[in-house]
Design a protein around this ligand. Sequence first.
Ligand code: SF4
Length: 343
Amino acid sequence: MVNNLYIVTPRGFCAGVEMAIKALTWMLKIYDETIYCYHEIVHNDWIVERFKNKNIQFIESTDELPKNAVLMLSAHGTAPVIESEFNTISSVQVNAVCPLVTKVHHEAKKFTESGQKIIYVGHKNHDEAIGALGVAPSSMFLVEKEEDLEQINIANEGVALLAQTTLAMSEWKPIMDSAIKKFPNLNMPRKSDLCYATTNRQEAVINVSSLVDVVLVVGSDTSSNTKALVSTIKSLGKESYRVNTTSEIDKLKLSGKNVAVTAGASAPDHIVQEIIKKLEPKNTEFFENTNETEYFPLPKELRSNITTLSNFLLEIFPNNKVDPIRSVNKDKQWTATEALSSL
Ligand code: SF4
């Protein structure tokens, strides 16, 4: 049994994850055939399993997509060349990329078109970094740590700095400072590439950390922003663990400690609630740091086709699962948690 438990807000689903889960749920309701999804729709094991059980097939390359298949591109963003290749194979293609990842793709395109070289701070094998670096492969250089900057041999002028949206601020800041020193006229976007969900969740755990002995972060190993939350706390010299399921709590020595619980941007809240229950806290408090109101509409391909498609499918597939009440206009009132429960 833990002593005081602080449940941190904001935690869990961000607007991009909400949109991507709802978009894939819509696809399941509209199409009877197997739907292919390029990369995990969001980086959470439970959600990916849930969709796999519902006839979604996750693929990692264009070779795996059958001709004329229905395809969704994940929230993490896809390299333009891969997207074009998929276009020639698929019959329907919906891109559930988060608009904040698209922003970074636009910046990469803009800087490259103006003849600049780009240093991109990110994680080598992460889907988002792979997609972003694919925007301008010959003029973008991946940097994972400060020392990598030394290996980059480019002119000092005409250099821009971009980042993966889900980095830890404690990881990003030293690299940014070193890059500014090395390239004094470095160009950067006006607004940080680290997204609001990443920074809000990190600021919240930084602020709660002085009240607790341990911070638990709910999320999967594949989730970059989850791991960034853990490293943010560890960089403050505090204990922090990533937990994906309730069974992982058993091996942690939490008895009598003050604990905070948060969750990465792709972690479903029911897992957080199960973990809270398992912790059997003496006292529970809510630690509200920021109230998030961001909302991202469904992908435009889905929005523009959904009404027509729904009516059409109602005519030709009497057994289809389209619920006409769930119109695109009502999407804002429908949560990803409800979408997952409807599967
Ligand atoms: S973590 Fe940020 S960039 Fe990633 S999906 Fe959420 S809002 Fe978008």
